[in-house]
Design a protein around this ligand. Structure first.
Ligand code: FJE
Ligand code: FE
Length: 302
């Protein structure tokens, strides 16, 4: 029998931090604020990731009616609640710790608005879809906080949004192979997390101060994005006296041409032109946008 699970884990080639960005607040949507790391000018694309926003929204601000095509949006709530409504009549509210994994595919038009008093905070990640899946039927996977798989070991807690960690697997289906882990490390904790060698991966720090990649590297605190270089996993340390919370996200790069026009992400300019036509003429997946308005009654356009 193997020994205690995990005892054989060891990384041969820990990934090092190759780039570091501080995500500063910027206006987005209607009166909302995002700290954008991936998707800003200096980091337009980190294949397959298009956008990572740490958002902060207080009513009446929000993200009223707007379309998406060609990718997935993953919304993970950190505080408060967001209500979404789409043009098919799909409605729901996600609160602290809840997850919405939306595959926009050929087209979604929806609104994402605050659903509670005070400030709603969370993360929204946009994951590109490969050319063969860009026009698939839209799909939602919604997971409430209590159903997100968690594991704890040696001062490490992980919430497994997608993929696997500490022997615990998520039930989320990722069309583009993706891992998404929410780690909390107690003071003194040390983490080794395998990551498939061919994947791109990053860390985004939410709280506290951590050391990533090499034990002697400098402390990294909240709102910083770290791009990881090649290797087979991540090593992280909490050498501080407070909790350290960060997400680790990895994905298999698509290695395809990319043409983006706001919330439409395709492979060629021609496909983008067709998408704008489809949106304006309510065709090829946007049929139901013709008569639909959310309760907010506003639009973000695109
Ligand atoms: C969008 C502008 C936007 N980050 N984080 C243009 F703001 C958006 C958009 C969001 C968004 C929504 C939430 Cl709930 C959280 C976000 C951008 O909705 F889609 C376009 N096209
Ligand atoms: Fe959206």
């Amino acid at each position: 029998m193997p020994e205690k699970e995990g005892s054989c884990v060891g990384l041969n080639e820990p990934r090092l931090v190759v780039r570091k960005f501080l995500a500063r607040p910027q206006p987005e949507g209607v009166g909302a604020v995002v700290r954008r790391s991936i998707g800003r000018f200096e980091l337009r694309y980190f294949d397959p990731f298009l956008v990572l926003d740490e958002f902060s929204v207080t009513a009446p601000a929000g993200f009223p009616d707007h379309p998406h095509r060609g990718f997935e949006t993953v919304t993970y709530m950190l505080q408060g609640a967001v209500k979404h409504e789409d043009f098919e009549g799909h409605k729901g509210t996600i609160g602290t710790g809840d997850l919405q994994w939306m595959t926009a595919g050929r087209g979604i038009v929806h609104s994402e608005m605050p659903a509670a008093q005070g400030t709603q905070k969370g993360l929204q990640l946009w994951i590109n879809l490969s050319s063969k899946y860009k026009m698939i039927e839209p799909r939602y996977q919604e997971v409430s906080s209590k159903d997100i798989a968690e594991a704890t070991r040696d001062g490490i807690k992980v919430r497994v949004i997608a993929g696997e960690a500490l022997g615990t697997k998520s039930a989320i289906y990722t069309r583009t192979p993706t891992m998404y882990l929410d780690f909390t490390l107690e003071p003194g904790a040390y983490l080794q997390q395998p990551i498939p060698g061919s994947w791109n991966a990053f860390v985004y720090v939410l709280d506290g101060e951590g050391i990533f990649g090499r034990s002697k590297s400098s402390l990294v605190n909240a709102h910083h994005l770290l791009l990881l270089g090649p290797g087979d996993g991540l090593e992280a340390w909490n050498k501080s006296s407070k909790l350290l919370r960060f997400i680790l996200v990895g994905g298999e790069p698509l290695c395809e041409p990319l043409v983006q026009f706001g919330p439409f992400v395709m492979n060629t300019q021609e496909e983008i032109d067709r998408t704008v036509d489809d949106f304006e003429n309510y065709t090829n997946g946007f049929e139901k946008a013709r008569h639909w308005r959310s309760e907010s009654g506003r639009t973000l356009g695109f």
